[in-house]
Every structure is written in C-alpha cells, then in structure tokens.
Design a protein around this ligand. Structure first.
Ligand SMILES: NC(=O)c1ccc[n+]([C@@H]2O[C@H](COP(=O)([O-])OP(=O)(O)OC[C@H]3O[C@@H](n4cnc5c(N)ncnc54)[C@H](OP(=O)(O)O)[C@@H]3O)[C@@H](O)[C@H]2O)c1
Length: 294
C-alpha cells in the first residue's frame, strides 16, 4: 500500500494516477474540503484528514509499505513550518514506527543553497537531513518548476497573446514535465538505483525564462505581447501585504526567491535521471502541446 500526501495537488494527483494505472493500492491523503472524487474513481482509498493533525498522520500511516510525500504549503494553504516541515517530520517518524520500506520526499531544486528569506526551502532542507538520518530507505527528489503551473498561462496566452514575466528574462530554468516527475516519484520505491539517493529533477533543456513566451508563440502561432514588471514590483507588494499579514509576507519570500534565482539541471543530472529511471524526459513544448491538444 502506497500513502500519497498532497494527493489532490498538481503533482500528487498524477502520482496517484500512475500508481493506479500500474495496479498498486493507494491511500490518498486528502482534506475534507478537497476535490477528491476523481481519486476515488481511479480506485484509490481516500483518507480524509488534516496534515497539521498528528493523530490523522498516525492513522494514515498504519498498514502502509511506501510513503510519497507530495504535499506543500502555499500563500493560501498554510505555513511552511506546519506543512513543509512539521508534517513531514511526523510522517518520517511514523514511517520508522510502522516499518515503512521506502519514503519518497518531494523537495525543491536549490534546497541546499541556504536561501535566507525562503521558508519553504529551509523547511525542505531540514526535512531532507532528518530523512537521511532516519534509517528509513528514501529517495529525495529536488524538482525545478512544474510545467503544469504554466498551463493556465498558456490558456491565457492562447486567448490574448499576453505573457507576464516578472524579473529577468535571461534567468535560466529547466521546467520539468509534471507527468515525468510523477512517474519518477512513483517508480522510486522500486527502482534499485534510486535507493537512498538525492536527484535534481529538471526538464531536458535549460531555458531562459524569456524563451517561454516564444515557445507559446510557436505553439499558438501568435506573436507574444510580453509584460515584464521588475522584481521590485514583488518587493513593493510584499511590503504592503506585510503590514496586514506578516505570515503571507513570509510566504511571499519563497515566491521572490523563485523569481530572483536560476533553477536548472545540468546535462549530467538529466542523463543520470534518464539512466536510473529508464525513460527520456519530455520538453516543455511537448508537454504544453499535449495538454492543449496541439
Ligand atoms: N509547483 C512547483 O513548481 C514546485 C516546484 C518544486 C517543488 N514543488 C514541491 O512539490 C510538491 C507538490 O507541489 P504541487 O504544486 O503539486 O502542490 P499543490 O498543487 O499546491 O498541492 C498541495 C497539496 O497539499 C495539500 N494540502 C495542503 N495543506 C494540507 C493540509 N493541511 N492537510 C492535507 N492536505 C493539505 C493540498 O490539498 P488541497 O487540495 O486541499 O488544497 C494539495 O493536495 C510540494 O512539496 C512543492 O513544494 C513544487
């Protein structure tokens, strides 16, 4: 039995799908308020709970062989301390107590760079360390930005031709196909070369962020209209938000870190992934074309 947390999220949903397609039993950890009916339709066992409640985590881990932690905080859902740190520490403790055979942790590319003002990065790094020292067999995946995040932007681009790019268009990233990442996460517990390993997970190409609207332009046969506010705009919004809501200001620190730095994988890292997991990674263009039916 696989326990998947964040099962209604962009990544978690796909992990459940991959596991169910290969016939594995899955317990999907969801909130009562989440949209989880499609997970039930796929044949997953739905466990309703709150990751901030230790008792729910304890119950969810009973009888489980593998845990895939794919949940995360955002500006709306809650704090990095409670979700990205505390809930994962409790999951690892429960994995140990229940003799779980493998724990897959979705971290973030750059977790090891000690960014000061990014609570999610700090929490992920602390969890990585805890997991590495726990004695529970593990795989740590450090993904770059997900291609599925760009689908709403692609839809808007298709209608308007407008693309909003905050910050430096020359800054590089290697957007990963969320479907590839789900395959990698689902395969990790049973892939020999993934045992007790840390992988940077990016797409097969390093893109300057300014190339993304050009890719959209190619796909939708439209000349991009680029709106390019500076990073200072985010700083202004952060200061304003901070007056009313210090928690949201802290969460925006992670968002700013993502915009201010480069997150890409090297060709050697891509080669290592493809060789361990045995398939070729998909480009951003192919991902968007597939989802947009083009
Ligand atoms: N998105 C990216 O580009 C990116 C890049 C690198 C790493 N990551 C990491 O990858 C992981 C997955 O990201 P994602 O974009 O798929 O996340 P997401 O779409 O924001 O999903 C977050 C999931 O966590 C669940 N969740 C939040 N609070 C919860 C609570 N108190 N109790 C139970 N469930 C709760 C959400 O449930 P609801 O449906 O109820 O809200 C949702 O299923 C995260 O760890 C994230 O940090 C993401």
């Amino acid at each position: 039995m696989y326990l998947v947390t964040g099962a209604t999220g962009g990544l978690g949903r796909r992990i459940v799908q991959v596991l169910r397609e290969q016939g594995s039993s899955v317990r999907a950890f969801v909130r009562l308020t989440s949209k989880y009916s499609s997970l039930e339709q796929r044949g997953a066992e739905v466990f309703i709970g709150d990751l901030q409640q230790e008792r729910d985590l304890q119950k969810a881990c009973q009888g489980v062989d593998y845990i895939i932690s794919a949940h995360g905080s955002n500006e709306v859902s809650g704090s990095a301390q409670a979700l990205d740190y505390r809930a994962n520490i409790e999951l690892i403790d429960q994995a140990k107590a229940n003799g779980v055979k493998h724990f897959v942790f979705i971290s973030v590319l750059g977790a090891d760079r000690n960014y000061e003002d990014a609570p999610v990065f700090k929490a992920k790094r602390a969890v990585e360390r805890y997991l590495e020292n726990s004695g529970v067999p593990y795989t740590i995946l450090r993904p770059s930005g997900f291609a599925s995040n760009l689908l709403p932007l692609a839809e808007r681009f298709q209608q308007t031709g407008i693309y909003v790019l905050i910050g430096d268009p020359l800054s590089r990233s290697s957007i990963v196909s969320t479907d590839d990442l789900a395959r990698i996460a689902a395969a990790s517990p049973t892939t020999e070369g993934a045992r007790n390993q840390v992988f940077a997970v990016g797409g097969p190409e390093v893109l300057e962020r300014g190339e993304i609207p050009k890719i959209f332009g190619r796909i939708f046969k439209k000349e991009p209209i680029l709106l390019n506010p500076p990073l200072l705009a985010v700083d202004g919004i952060r200061s304003l938000v901070g007056v009313f809501n210090p928690g949201a200001k802290a969460a925006l620190g992670t968002f700013r870190t993502l915009l201010a730095h480069e997150f890409y994988t090297t060709p050697a890292e891509v080669e290592r992934l493809e060789s361990v997991y045995g398939f070729k990674l998909e480009s951003l263009e192919s991902f968007v074309r597939r989802y947009m039916g083009l």
